[in-house]
Design a protein around this ligand. Structure first.
Ligand SMILES: Cc1ncc(COP(=O)(O)O)c(C=O)c1O
Length: 457
């Protein structure tokens, strides 16, 4: 039988997958290492296991012990899985700005979560950092792994990520790229790869608002480089011990916006439903690749985690729009079109029994070109001004007939979140308008004119 004794035995050996669409036009082969295939859905499973096993070897953690870390996410998940396998208790301290889902996820895998205030200095005794340290002091046989300065982090990648990439590319890798947070992923992997082939080029991906790039290029730790940014997991305002600058050849900085848009492209165009820092890594690496890769080169990019943790952010259109990360023109939806009418929301309809002559009158008074035909609360048909006039010219007697005798099928209903490109593909000579029902059960009409306005404003 082919099976594992515990889920943590499945950590590592993640697949390399070729990029096809987002890398179009770039020379060489661009591969991504899909770390969400780890059981905790991130690259951090690797370091969680190594930090705990090294602590056990050094006698820092004994059976029945407690693992304490200040974490909001991936590392916590990895530690929780390892704790289950090995019978440890887990306590995580988290800032209260983190979403309830993140707390729930860690509790789901048995961790105790202590929620601490966000708006206090790290030194404040209430900060998640101070609380973790205090718990570590007070609880006997407890371990505070500290992924930033614990070199087991770096070693995990030297021992697993590096050799896997070397083996899976059959030594053909020429360029390696990864985001830099604690630095363990980039430095451990790069050290191994450069030991196999010294001229492999390693590209570190940094964020705007972080100190790494300037420090590498000038040797200066410039606190002016530090300002708030949104991307999670990469960039720092400190120099963690796990960043070994000698293993990194170049840094590329990526904005929150470019990263967020690339993250969505990876999901939609490559089928890679990945996290935000994956967009940073891919965007920065591809920018570098555009200029430097030659035919025959092989670049490997690390994609650290899964998209589920970012459903409320980069994968949420409203959030993206609020941050100015979406191009309105392309991504405007039926909801946006209705909102822009500034309160003009009245939908004119005509009853199916209304005479054709009276319907023409409605067109004239309201200055509209098409109308839904209703029977009580149901939409049973539609009429278009020009078509109705042509019918009248051909047969003036229809003036006194009910509109139901000459009407066309009802306009098609669409969803509030359908985008303009989808809406315009549904409007044609036979379907002159669309209907949409909002959450309050109110029906709105979207016409060709609305789409033109949305596309040109
Ligand atoms: C989502 C995500 N991406 C990238 C990284 C960067 O990896 P490393 O810490 O090994 O530099 C992290 C680390 O915290 C992360 O959480």
């Amino acid at each position: 039988m082919n099976y594992y004794n515990h889920i943590v035995e499945t950590i590592g050996n993640t697949p390399l997958v070729k990029l096809n669409k987002v890398s179009a036009g770039i020379k060489g082969t661009i591969l991504v290492k899909v770390e969400y295939m780890n059981p905790g859905n991130s690259v951090k499973d690797r370091i969680a296991l190594k930090m705990i096993e090294d602590a056990e070897k050094e006698g820092l953690l004994k059976p029945g012990g407690t693992i304490i870390e200040g974490t909001s996410g991936n590392t916590g998940m990895g530690l929780a899985l390892v704790a289950i396998a090995k019978g440890y208790r887990c306590i995580f301290t988290m800032a209260d700005k983190q979403s309830q889902e993140k707390i729930d996820i860690l509790r789901a895998v048995g961790a105790e979560v202590v929620v601490c205030p966000t708006n206090v200095e790290p030194e404040d005794p209430r900060s998640y950092y101070s609380v973790a340290k205090k718990l570590n002091k007070e609880i006997p046989n407890s371990l505070y792994p500290n992924q930033y300065d614990n070199l087991s982090n770096y070693k995990a990648h030297y021992e697993s990520t590096g050799p896997e990439i070397w083996k899976d590319t059959e030594g053909k890798i020429t360029h390696y790229a990864a985001g830099v947070g604690t630095g363990g992923t980039i430095s451990g992997t790069s050290k191994y790869l450069k030991e196999q082939k010294a001229d492999i080029v390693t590209v570190g991906i940094d964020t705007y608002g972080s100190v790494f790039k300037k420090y590498k290029e000038t040797g200066i730790f410039d606190s002016n480089e530090v300002y708030p940014y949104l991307t999670e997991g990469i960039g720092e305002d400190i120099l963690p011990k796990n960043v070994d600058f000698s293993t990194i050849d170049h840094f590329v900085k990526v904005t929150d916006k470019d990263a967020a848009i690339m993250t969505r492209r990876l999901a939609r165009e490559e089928g890679l439903f990945v996290g935000w820092s994956c967009g940073s890594a891919a965007y920065g690496a591809l920018e570098y690749a555009k200029e430097h890769l030659k035919d025959g080169d092989v670049m490997v990019i690390i994609l650290p985690d899964h998209g589920t943790r970012y459903l409320g952010k980069v994968y949420n259109d409203a959030w993206m729009r609020n941050h100015g990360f979406l191009e309105e023109r392309i991504f405007a939806t039926a909801r946006d079109i209705i909102k822009r009418r500034n309160g003009y929301t009245k939908l004119t309809t005509v009853n199916k029994n209304m005479k054709v002559g009276d319907v023409i009158g409605v067109f004239n008074i309201d200055g509209i070109s098409q109308l839904p035909v209703a029977d009580k609360d149901h939409f049973v048909g539609s009429v278009h001004e020009t078509k109705l006039l042509n019918s009248l010219i051909q047969d003036p007697s229809i003036k006194d007939k009910p509109v139901s005798e000459v009407m066309d099928p009802s306009f098609q209903f669409v969803g509030m979140d359908n985008t303009v490109d989808v809406l315009s593909s549904l409007i044609n000579k036979d379907n002159k308008a669309l209907l949409v029902r909002d959450e309050a059960n109110k029906v709105h009409i979207i016409t060709e004119h609305d789409l033109l306005m949305a596309l040109t404003r």
